[in-house]
Design a protein around this ligand. Structure first.
Ligand code: 5GP
Ligand code: 5GP
Ligand code: 5GP
Length: 208
């Protein structure tokens, strides 16, 4: 194998729909700063290999040091909220993401770049707007998987990966959207490999 721990081929930039996270867990917890906006939140920026595998936890010596991202915290609270229980201020989620995924991109990005680039990608993308322009809204309605993919292809120029989960009534619903970005986390690219997903052909976009 020619893979080494400090290199990777591209990133998955992964957004989560809070309505679907909360539906499935049945017990999500809003952050201490209050209910997040009705918008996609960042889940992570994940180094990946072209064959679909990925490195993880690459540098146990690199701990999450929030003093290095202090100027980003207020944006991260808005754009990267943690919905797991118990209610948190995001630090646990962000440090998990840094240690599991971010440390595998240290050859390209330091911790400040890692979080800063993720925030920039979210702003560049404006997924909620792309979907809205195609008539796709979080209204508990069902949309074809195809129409969601097509809307992103039109609005962004690249095909996304779409991951679903199930609500308590067992409907498949829009949970996470995967975008591919180059190794400096500056530009969206066509995905070398799409993640395998478990969506039906019609999926619900739950309210939040
Ligand atoms: P799950 O089992 O819920 O799909 O994923 C659990 C965790 O594995 C994710 O939160 C993420 O940390 C990691 N993961 C899952 N799929 C991928 C992938 O395709 N690429 C990378 N880099 N990480 C993944
Ligand atoms: P599975 O055997 O179901 O493919 O994976 C078992 C566990 O390993 C899951 O938590 C999954 O997220 C993780 N996993 C699967 N493929 C990879 C990979 O390429 N890299 C890493 N780091 N974890 C993986
Ligand atoms: P992953 O390993 O899949 O990148 O990240 C999932 C981990 O982050 C889990 O341990 C999960 O409990 C934690 N986590 C904290 N807040 C959130 C959240 O809002 N969404 C998701 N998907 N995971 C969260």
């Amino acid at each position: 194998q020619s893979q080494s721990q400090d290199s990777f081929d591209f990133f998955y930039f992964v957004l989560q729909w809070p309505g679907a996270y909360c539906d499935t867990k049945q017990s999500c917890c809003y952050p201490k700063t209050g209910k997040p906006a009705s918008d996609f939140g960042i889940h992570g920026l994940w180094p990946n290999y072209k064959d679909g595998s990925w490195p993880s936890n690459c540098d146990p010596d690199s701990v999450f040091d929030k003093s290095q991202i202090s100027d980003l915290i207020s944006s991260m609270e808005k754009e990267w909220p943690s919905l797991s229980c118990p209610s948190s201020n995001g630090m646990r989620f962000w440090s998990h993401e840094w240690e599991k995924h971010g440390t595998c991109a240290e050859s390209e990005l330091d911790i400040r770049d890692y979080f800063g680039k993720a925030l920039q990608l979210k702003h560049k993308l404006n997924l909620l707007n792309i979907l809205k322009n195609a008539g796709i809204e979080a209204d508990d309605g069902f949309y074809s998987l195809e129409s969601i993919s097509e809307a992103v292809k039109e609005g962004l120029g690249f095909t996304p990966g779409i991951e679903c989960n199930r609500d308590s009534a067992h409907n498949t619903q829009l949970y996470q959207v995967y975008f591919c970005v180059d190794t400096t986390a500056s530009d969206f690219i066509e995905c070398p490999i799409l993640p395998t997903t478990k969506c039906g052909s019609q999926i619900q976009f739950p309210k939040f």
